[in-house]
Design a protein around this ligand. Structure first.
Ligand SMILES: NC(=O)c1ccc[n+]([C@@H]2O[C@H](COP(=O)([O-])OP(=O)(O)OC[C@H]3O[C@@H](n4cnc5c(N)ncnc54)[C@H](O)[C@@H]3O)[C@@H](O)[C@H]2O)c1
Length: 248
């Protein structure tokens, strides 16, 4: 497989970290973007120690200007960006009556607008190269609905829609765009929600999954790496379930 340049958002933790590892193992140069700068630095240092090309950037995906500068720096350092995986995201549990305008705007700014801006910034390189792979990390909650998550669910539904729109707009240009909507993945985000009592614990939820366990980040990362490969060139605009046989 050709070595490419990948940008992964939310790469300091959980699914994004797992994706960065997989893409580095596949031989790609990886830029790890996260608002957690030290976490991204530690992950990039680990990849570099394993012989990969990796660099970390502390960036808030809700900050368009910061993303524009970061994408330009990645391009200068490694070359055209032809793989993008958007995993940066936040969740919040609030009854509909408690969703203030500020909470709504914040969730949408990070999860939806942040994803859109990254995708928009990656398109020119992919068009110039005649090859591109985008994978967005959405959520099965956007397929099933979820109580106390109207803002989050709306943002992730938007990500699914964005994915389909980009897929159709750029299908003839060699660019594929797909989304993975996880259900239950054992990450700091999911553990935190369980500890706060917003959702049942990972172990309880995992037991409800037909395969008998929650996903680990590498379950999502392995499929993501495949979707970013040359072999996946005929898959676009798809919602790829990596959910152990269930979505809730
Ligand atoms: N874990 C699950 O069960 C699950 C289920 C469905 C969807 N998801 C989605 O998967 C994605 C990854 O979540 P995870 O479970 O790995 O969580 P996580 O909290 O372990 O990782 C998310 C990463 O995103 C970063 N991040 C958050 N806001 C950011 C911002 N504004 N700018 C830059 N970076 C930011 C965090 O610092 C963190 O490193 C999220 O979009 C989440 O909504 C997760």
């Amino acid at each position: 497989m050709s070595a490419r340049v990948a940008v992964v958002t939310g790469a300091a933790s959980g699914i994004g970290l797992g994706v960065a590892l997989r893409l580095a193992e596949a031989g790609h140069a990886v830029a790890l973007l996260d608002r957690d700068g030290p976490g991204a630095e530690a992950a990039a240092a680990d990849l570099t120690a394993r012989g990969s090309r990796a660099v970390a950037y502390e960036v808030d995906v809700a900050d368009r200007g910061a993303l524009e500068r970061t994408f330009a720096e990645v391009r200068t350092r490694f070359g055209p960006i032809t793989i993008l995986v958007t995993s940066a995201g936040i969740e919040s549990f609030d009854a509909v009556a408690d969703i203030t305008p500020e909470k709504w705007d914040h969730i949408l700014a990070v999860n939806l607008t942040g994803t859109f801006v990254c995708m928009q910034l990656a398109v020119p390189d992919m068009l110039a190269e005649g090859w591109g792979r985008m994978v967005t990390i959405s959520s099965s909650s956007a397929q099933s609905g979820a109580p106390h998550m109207a803002h989050y669910v709306a943002s992730k539904g938007g990500v699914i829609g964005l994915t389909k729109a980009f897929a159709r707009e750029f299908a003839s240009a060699g660019i594929t765009v797909n989304t993975i909507p996880p259900t239950i993945v054992d990450t700091p985000m999911a553990r935190h929600a369980g500890e706060k009592g917003d959702v049942p614990s990972i172990d309880v939820l995992g037991a409800m999954v037909p395969v008998g366990r929650a996903a680990v980040p590498d379950d999502i990362a392995a499929t993501t790496a495949f979707l970013c490969s040359d072999d996946a060139g005929y898959i676009t605009g798809q919602i790829i379930g990596v959910n152990g046989g269930m979505y809730i």
